[in-house]
Design a protein around this ligand. Structure first.
Ligand code: GLC
Length: 635
């Protein structure tokens, strides 16, 4: 008896010693990370805020969030620290989805992980799910509480359960961190509206319009038709408040260190729920300065750099994905430098818009140029490639170059919008304008990939030939997207060719926002046809499946490979070459409805068609209308 007790006491002591040792090891890890960044973090913080006590508070809280971080997550952090390029391989494939549309709620998504895996997807972007007011939510981008899930979608426990299940399945989870603004229903906003100075100073409040009017002189508008001006007058409070997006989204004032600290705590709180990728929403807008455009200011980079260091200290497994929907010169700086990196990933937005320009014109010249620019960037830069996302397509193209070829900005935008509505230029596309400005004639565009490729029209007309071409174009666009360097992300529903959903017009909360046309419900009946190649959904699903498997098995698809375009002597046909070590792959894509015969200049040797296994040369290759090849060089 006594022996047993002694043994138990010994085990308890041993266990206590073990856990003490573990704790001190974890502490040493933290110290190492903290020490590595302390000087620079402090320097930047003091430069921006000159407030030592707020910095001390930040440091204390970082430590607390680290202590609270789950052991499993800490383990993953260490693995990723050892392999910092974990997201740059050829095995990554993303999918973005709305939780309610896809599976009702978070539990539903967890139940559908098998489907997600069957799409070869190992990264899901859960569209905004934090608490947001009904009808004034901007699709969830107006957050009322950063620590609460929308009740219809579930709870924080459900989120943790989903991220844990994803971790077991090797799926990374991305969420939006909407840091530029809060909803007017957020506690801070309510207290600011009630006149509490402490909270008013977390936003931009003015008791008359003098300063707002000064801002308006230089700040362009994001939503010119739905929200004219960058300020909203609150009649009850007798104040103007800055609202760059919708009037119910109040811009946060990052000049106030309390805002920065608290938002970082929210960020870490969410990271600790098992999130792998934080999409920093609308990041170029987060710093405001009178007499500037209030976009991409240098303080924005200071803040993003601090966020990067903070996440490397507390949760280095987490990636930052910057949402910078801007021209290319403005995008790349958000990667920071090699020594002082900012975001891990950025959207390849200009390439996306240029792709649709190419679809509408059949002219690949601008896309070729754009791809060569991206291909010439450092290999450390990881782009997120996509055809469609939850937002509209803005026609941010390189008009200086287009002008040389006779395209004029205003009339070309009009052509693109007409084309995609199906009005002009041999088009069978369907979709709707977004934020059409009758004064400037400017508009952006909404629709799903399938509808923009003519699948909806072909189905309406029951035209089999047109359907065959539309499906081929849809698949070819995906094949082309997979050829780019970075992480391809599918828009949920695209894998089964989901068309536009017009039901949003009957919902008064959504009717004014045409982006809902491509935010429809997942059609699980269509998904059931995924393995049946006699159906349109099955054809798309199976074709993408083959491409995704090729991409995953060939290392020339990794981000570190070289990417360049090859001249095809045909403005309708694009050729992308990828090379890594001794391996080479060519992707040849016909953007026109004509059958072609293509000769690739400057490439020789024998190739294998990766889809059929057939041997092929590079001269006089027959290329069907909207068809493509993946060719691998024989060694
Ligand atoms: C981002 C989102 C968009 C939202 C805006 C304001 O651009 O993608 O959907 O309207 O931010 O938060």
């Amino acid at each position: 008896m006594r022996g047993k007790m002694a043994e138990t006491t010994q085990t308890v002591t041993a266990k206590a010693a073990q856990s003490k040792e573990k704790a001190s090891r974890a502490e040493a890890v933290y110290r190492r990370r903290f020490e590595r960044h302390l000087d620079e973090l402090k320097w930047l913080y003091m430069e921006l805020y000159d407030n030592g006590s707020m910095f001390a508070e930040l440091c204390d809280c970082l430590h607390r969030f680290y202590e609270e971080r789950d052991r499993e997550l800490k383990k993953k952090d260490m693995e990723r620290e050892k392999c910092p390029g974990w997201y740059r391989g050829n095995d990554m494939l993303g999918m973005m989805l709305y939780i309610d549309n896809f599976a009702g709620n978070l539990r539903g998504v967890e139940e559908k992980l098998a489907y997600i895996k069957s799409c070869n997807v190992n990264y899901i972007h859960l569209m905004p799910f934090l608490d947001t007011p009904k009808g004034r939510s901007d699709g969830g981008y107006a957050v009322a509480d950063f620590r609460k899930v929308q009740p219809e979608l579930g709870t924080m426990e459900d989120l943790e359960s989903l991220t844990a299940a994803c971790r077991r399945e090797g799926i990374s989870v991305c969420m939006d961190f909407v840091m530029n603004h809060t909803s007017e229903e957020h506690e801070w906003a309510r207290r600011a509206r009630a006149g509490e100075g402490e909270y008013m100073s977390r936003y931009f409040f003015f008791d008359n319009d003098t300063i707002p009017a000064e801002y308006e002189k230089t700040v362009p508008q994001v939503f010119p038709t739905t929200a004219p001006g960058n300020f909203t007058y609150l009649a009850d409070a007798g104040h103007y408040v800055m609202t760059s997006f919708y009037p119910y989204q109040w811009d946060l004032n990052y000049r106030n260190p309390r805002v920065f600290n608290e938002m970082m705590y929210n960020f870490l709180y969410l990271a600790n729920k098992g999130i792998d990728i934080m999409r920093i929403d609308a990041v170029p807008y987060i710093w405001k300065e009178l007499h500037t455009q209030c976009r991409n200011l240098k303080q924005v980079h200071t803040i993003v750099r601090m966020m990067r260091m903070i996440s490397e200290i507390v949760c280095p497994g987490v990636l930052l994905l910057g949402e910078v929907v801007m021209e290319p010169e403005k995008v790349a700086p958000y990667f920071g430098t090699l020594e002082k990196p900012e975001c891990h990933m950025l959207y390849n937005v200009t390439t996306m818009a240029t792709t649709w320009h190419t679809v509408a014109t059949r002219d690949v010249r601008l896309l070729k140029r754009q791809l060569d620019i991206v291909g010439g960037l450092p290999k450390e830069y990881v782009f997120l490639n996509y055809l469609r996302c939850h937002d509209d397509i803005g026609w941010g193209l390189d008009y200086a170059t287009l002008r040389l070829w006779g395209f004029e900005e205003r009339s070309h935008k009009q052509y693109l919008n007409n084309y995609f509505q199906g009005y002009e230029g041999e088009s069978s596309s369907k979709g709707e304008l977004y934020n059409a400005d009758p004064v400037s004639g400017d508009a952006r565009f909404c629709g799903t990939t399938a509808s923009m490729c003519g699948i909806e029209t072909a189905a309406c007309l029951q035209n089999e030939k047109a359907m065959e071409l539309a499906v081929r174009q849809d698949v070819t666009l995906h094949a082309y997207m997979f050829m780019q360097s970075g992480i391809p992300v599918l828009y949920s529903g695209d894998e089964i060719g989901r068309v536009n959903d017009y039901s949003y017009k009957e919902n008064p909360d959504k009717a004014a926002d045409s982006r809902y046309i491509h935010r429809g419900r997942m059609d699980w009946t269509l998904a059931e046809q995924a393995s049946d190649e006699k159906t349109v959904s099955g054809q798309i699903f199976q074709s993408l499946d083959r491409l995704e498997k090729i991409r995953r098995s060939e290392k020339v698809f990794a981000t570190r490979a070289d990417m360049r375009t090859v001249d095809t002597k045909d403005t309708n046909v694009l050729c992308i070459g990828r090379a890594y070590e001794r391996e080479e792959i060519l992707g040849v894509f016909n953007f026109s409805e004509y059958d072609k015969e293509v000769s690739l200049s400057g490439v020789d040797g024998e190739y294998t068609n990766l889809l059929t296994g057939e041997r092929m040369g590079t001269e006089k290759i027959p290329l069907p209308a909207y068809g493509f090849y993946y060719l691998k060089k024989n060694l």
